[in-house]
Structures are given as C-alpha cells and as structure tokens.
Design a protein around this ligand. Structure first.
Ligand code: HSE
Length: 317
C-alpha cells in the first residue's frame, strides 16, 4: 500500500477538571488527510483545503510531527538497510484551526498514524502519540497529549504521566453526547497557558483531584449524576473564563436545560457541554445558539456523540 486516506477526529481536551491529562474524541467534525509514500526523500505538503495554514513547512504541525517519525524510522532502518522514503500530504481541514477542538492535533495525529501504516507499523501507539505531541509543541509551545491521545486512541483518555509517557483509555458511557460552540475569536493556546498560575493552593488541589477521581469513577459507573458533579475546575477555568464572551451565561443556561456540565474546550475559545442522550444534547446546542445570537460574534455549533474508535483509515492504492 502506498497511499492512504485518514479521518482524524476533533477532540475536547481537559474535560473541565483534567487540565492536560484528560481528553475525548468526537465523531464530528473530522479532518481528512491523504498521505502518499514514495521513494523521493523528504516531506511535501501538496495541498491544504478548508483553511489557510502556514506555507513554511516547519510551521505546519503535520509536517513537524511526520518529520519526527521519519527521523526515528531512519534511525531504526540504519541498522539493516538504507531506504529512501518520502511522503506527500494533502490536508482537507474541516476542523477550524484555533477553535480549541484539536485542529492541530487532528493533523499531527492523522499523518503519523497514516505514515505508520504505510511503513508497515514499526511504531506503537505511545510512540505515535509522542511524535504527534511534537506537532503540538510547535503549535502551542507545550507538548501536551490530551488532544492527540484521544484522536489516536478514541474514546476518553487519561495521561497518568508525561515522563515516562503513560496513557490509558477510559470507559465511555453509551449515552454521553457533546455540544460545542465555537466563537470565532482568536485565543492562542500559548497565551491561554501563559496566564495560568504556576503555584496552586493545597485546598484547590484537593478539590481538583477529588473531581478528577470522581469523573473517572462516574465514567466507569455510567453514573451521569456523578459525572455532572465532577465537572468542576477550580484551577484553570476561573483564570481562562474571562477570555470567552458570555462563558458563565452559556454554562448556566445549558445546565438549566439539562446539560450535565461542561466548560472550556482545551484552551478555548470553544465551549463544550456534556449531556445524557442526543435529545438533550441537541437542546443544549440550541441554547448555545440562542446565547450567542444576541452577541455580535460569529460562531459555529456542533452536536456529536463520542468517537470510541478514534482515527479511521482507507487504502487509496
Ligand atoms: N490542555 C491544553 C490546554 C489543551 O488547556 O492548554 C490545549 O488544546
């Protein structure tokens, strides 16, 4: 096989209380990536549809992540044979860059996942996540895994440790749905990280790890009431909320209509809400629309179940 088509999902990082450690994959939107292998060395970005991304390949997350993979692959190959390998990438972006639902992660995860298949699966999942994290490092200044891990593994994932990288997939309750609003304002992940405090109060830490533990328990027990109570962030959200217009109004109104809870998706500007069942999730998305229709800000909304499988692929030839 020399060419592959990959469908790479949007993701919601943090899941309110799990800053940098928890994330989930959505069914939609998703990016489409076409990857072609050749013996013409190097990586070429053939075409990008749906978004204007940097021309400089060294500023493109897909390029950077694939470069890391290729470097490691060449080191492995060196021991037995020297092969010429190159890739050509075509990106069809349906996930808006800078939206806070893992646009850069979808590109980075998609290309490394596809390249691994085209090369005969020399790398395991953790290695692929590590390569994709290098794309995130370039995009946001921090090699966080809470978007790339759910994109690759699907469902809800938890980073137990960054060093060594230890990631596990959690249980996804069947009726869990996600509503998202993407206000079209720019919030750079690097800025949204730079405003955070580096020291936190012990009382806040205790509350936060109580919530994280209970969120994980709630997912396994399919206990929606416990999930709802655990969707609380006393560390990051109080600082970042000021960046998002009508953030608290969104939260209050969505919960009134039946949302379990929610918060900032990744570093924003998107806001997400979890609901039990598709009917409630759709009502929640309508409320999001209502809240934002009174503001003079352009926006998009999405309603999606959780994508339990993560990336999908088809052979082109
Ligand atoms: N965990 C990261 C952050 C996700 O909140 O900065 C960025 O998408």
């Amino acid at each position: 096989m020399n060419a592959i088509k990959i469908f790479s999902p949007a993701t919601v990082a943090n899941l309110v209380c799990g800053f940098d450690i928890i994330g989930l994959a959505l069914d939609s939107p998703k990016d489409e990536i076409h990857l072609f292998k050749s013996d013409d060395p190097g990586i070429r970005i053939n075409k990008i549809y749906g978004a204007s991304l940097p021309d400089d390949p060294n500023k493109n997350v897909a390029f950077v992540a694939l470069q890391f993979l290729l470097k490691k692959y060449k080191q492995k190959q060196k021991f037995y044979q020297e092969k010429k390998i190159g890739f050509e990438i075509k990106l069809i972006k349906n996930i808006n860059p800078g939206s806070g639902i893992g646009s850069s992660a979808a590109s980075a995860a998609g290309v490394v996942f596809g390249a691994n298949i085209l090369l005969g699966n020399p790398f395991n999942t953790i290695q692929l996540i590590r390569f994709a994290m290098e794309g995130e490092r370039m995009a946001s200044g921090a090699a966080h895994a809470d978007n790339v891990a759910p994109a690759i593994m699907g469902g809800v994932t938890l980073v137990r440790s960054y060093n060594p990288l230890d990631i596990t997939k959690l249980h996804t309750p069947n009726e869990l749905w996600v509503s998202i609003i993407h206000p079209k304002i720019e919030i750079k992940t690097s800025d949204a990280r730079n405003i955070l405090k580096h020291k936190i109060l012990m009382t806040d830490a205790i509350r936060q790890w109580g919530n994280i533990g209970a969120l994980v328990a709630g997912l396994y027990q399919e206990n929606y009431a416990l999930i709802s109570r655990s969707l609380e962030d006393v560390i990051v959200e109080p600082i970042r909320a000021i960046l998002i217009p009508a953030f608290y109004e969104l939260k209050i109104r969505c919960k009134e209509i039946g949302a379990l809870g929610g918060g900032i998706s990744g570093s924003g500007p998107s806001v997400f809400m979890l609901s039990k069942g598709n009917k409630t999730a759709k009502k929640v998305t309508e409320v999001m629309n209502k809240v934002y229709s009174t503001l003079k800000i352009d926006y998009n909304t999405y309603t999606s179940p959780i994508n339990k499988k993560g990336l999908k692929w088809n052979k082109i030839f």
